[in-house]
Design a protein around this ligand. Sequence first.
Ligand code: MLT
Length: 281
Amino acid sequence: MRNTQYVPDPGKARWGLTMEALVNGIHLHHVQAGNRIPLLLIHGYPLDHALWQPQVDGLADIARVIAPDLRGSGQSDAPEGAYTMETHADDLFTLLDVLQVERAVVCGLSMGGYIALAFWRKYADRVRGLILVDTRAGADAPAARQARLDMVEQVRQHGSAPAVDAMLSRVLAESTRQSRPDLVESVHAMMLRQRSTGIIGAQLGMAERPDSTATLPTITVPTLVVFGAGDVITPAETEGRSLADAIPGAKLVVIPNAGHLSNLEQPEAFNAAVREFVVQL
Ligand code: MLT
């Protein structure tokens, strides 16, 4: 079932080595930088590996940073169908195999966090530490699930624009929107380049994701929970606090002047928290 053919891309990315791997029958595009502790960065929706540019730039001295485009996102293939969290976890497991990475610190933001928890359930022995960023453990309430299915219909009819419109105004803190028009523009561009098939696959997969609450007490590796103080999608005081309380020994860091994309909005504070966590492993 697993195809581990490795297809290096001769091109050099602006801030790392860009490569493709043939994983479970699809090409997964990914960027790598550094050669220390493997740090797998799993992006959210509707985004791609470029979400992690400040971490690829800023953490390569302490880590081997690996930032893939998930199936359906960025420059990876976008097959039809629902992308379940387990499918993504299988893709990432195979990617680590291809890259000959035994164990990695697995870091996921929002949808990436849902995937990180699925990865822990299936492949705990490949996890050296967990970093859960602006995410939640719970499954969708019925209304949230229905909203995803409605969005799928809209994207089928109108393309990706309705999905971009629904997310763009909510992912950044008010202070970021006011002070960083450049960042607003680059997040907008990142969302706009995502394909309809990929957005549909991600929404269908998230709609059917299981409740991971019971997974949290099973986590036995060091865990860092990082939230933007102004995150309106997954609020720090509820979602962040309950993740940190339920995971044995987990530490919660709340980053001021940041929303849902805390790593991008306040990269210095975010990288400092990750750096402190990773060097202690
Ligand atoms: C994300 O940022 O990945 C999304 O907010 C996840 C979701 O739609 O639940």
